[in-house]
Design a protein around this ligand. Structure first.
Ligand SMILES: NC(=O)c1ccc[n+]([C@@H]2O[C@H](COP(=O)([O-])OP(=O)(O)OC[C@H]3O[C@@H](n4cnc5c(N)ncnc54)[C@H](O)[C@@H]3O)[C@@H](O)[C@H]2O)c1
Length: 251
């Protein structure tokens, strides 16, 4: 009996901000389906650590350190991926938490902290899209997955209003891109994550009580969903924001 295999053998995936956290789970999941992984991070040592672990597990992986907020750095980084692994077939815009990120209600937030949030989540994601999407269109196949947040769709009292606004902004722009690229073989979707956290961490256990399934998300949860969105089987899925949050947002 034949069925979906979510096979990514021969594909090259670029995962931004994959030096730690959610991006590591995404990189591992894509590698498990056969993709070669370009591991980006602002910090070269983090990117190299993730890439080394993937290579130890038998994957093709390359560390590419660059700041997604710089179009010049993004262009050079993508060129390095193309010469090291091949053209990028799958882009996962995962980097989204700038080091400058503070937590504050909007009216108490410092406008000096707004820029990095928008530069990373909105402009940074678009710089990466512009660097890889034309090649995807030329080759007639591509997958763009934006890692977003529930904060982009619902109001919450966590002091992440500007961050949520930046996430909503990139989701909106990418909906347009999905339609513009609708006939090209390139799909564009956003994955809006709920609170992620270590299941054993006492600091986050209390937060899990409000989540219908009773736990916070894990990098592997995000990885599994990205595998689907990146797969050949997901060719009819585009322009969507998919909520992956243990049921925390249902409206
Ligand atoms: N952690 C959560 O609870 C949560 C919830 C919802 C959504 N998300 C989203 O998931 C994604 C990953 O979050 P995380 O918690 O793993 O973050 P993290 O901060 O743990 O790791 C992200 C990595 O991105 C890198 N990075 C930051 N700015 C960068 C830049 N300009 N260029 C390149 N790399 C950069 C950092 O160096 C870091 O290694 C983000 O888009 C975030 O908004 C996270």
């Amino acid at each position: 009996m034949s069925g979906p295999t979510f096979d990514l053998t021969g594909r090259v995936a670029l995962v931004t901000g994959a030096g730690q956290g959610v991006g590591v789970g995404i990189a591992e999941a894509l590698a498990s389906r056969g993709a070669a992984i370009a591991v980006n991070d602002l910090h070269a040592d983090r990117a190299e650590h993730t890439a080394g672990a993937l290579r130890d597990g038998g994957a093709r992986a390359l560390a590419v350190a660059f700041d997604i907020r710089s179009p010049q750095e993004v262009a050079a980084g993508v060129a390095a991926v193309e010469s090291g692994l091949g053209p990028v077939d799958v882009l996962v815009n995962n980097a989204g938490v700038p080091i400058e990120m503070g937590i504050a209600p909007i009216l108490q937030s410092d406008p000096a902290e707004w820029g990095p949030l928008v530069d990373t989540n909105f402009y940074g994601s678009l710089h990466c899209v512009r660097a890889v999407a034309p090649g995807m269109v030329d080759r007639g196949w591509g997958r763009i997955v934006q890692i977003s947040s529930a904060a982009g769709s619902v109001g919450i009292r966590l002091g992440v209003g500007i961050y949520g606004g930046a996430k909503a902004g990139i989701e909106g722009a990418l909906r347009h891109l999905a339609v513009e690229l609708g006939r090209t073989g390139v799909t564009v979707n956003s994955l809006a994550l709920g609170l992620m956290g270590n299941v054993d961490d006492p600091a986050t256990v209390h937060m899990a009580r409000g989540v219908p399934v009773g736990r916070l998300g894990l990098p592997a949860d995000a990885g599994a969903a990205v595998v689907y969105l990146a797969s050949p089987e997901a060719s009819w899925m585009t322009g969507q924001t998919i909520h992956l949050d243990g049921g925390a947002t249902t409206g």
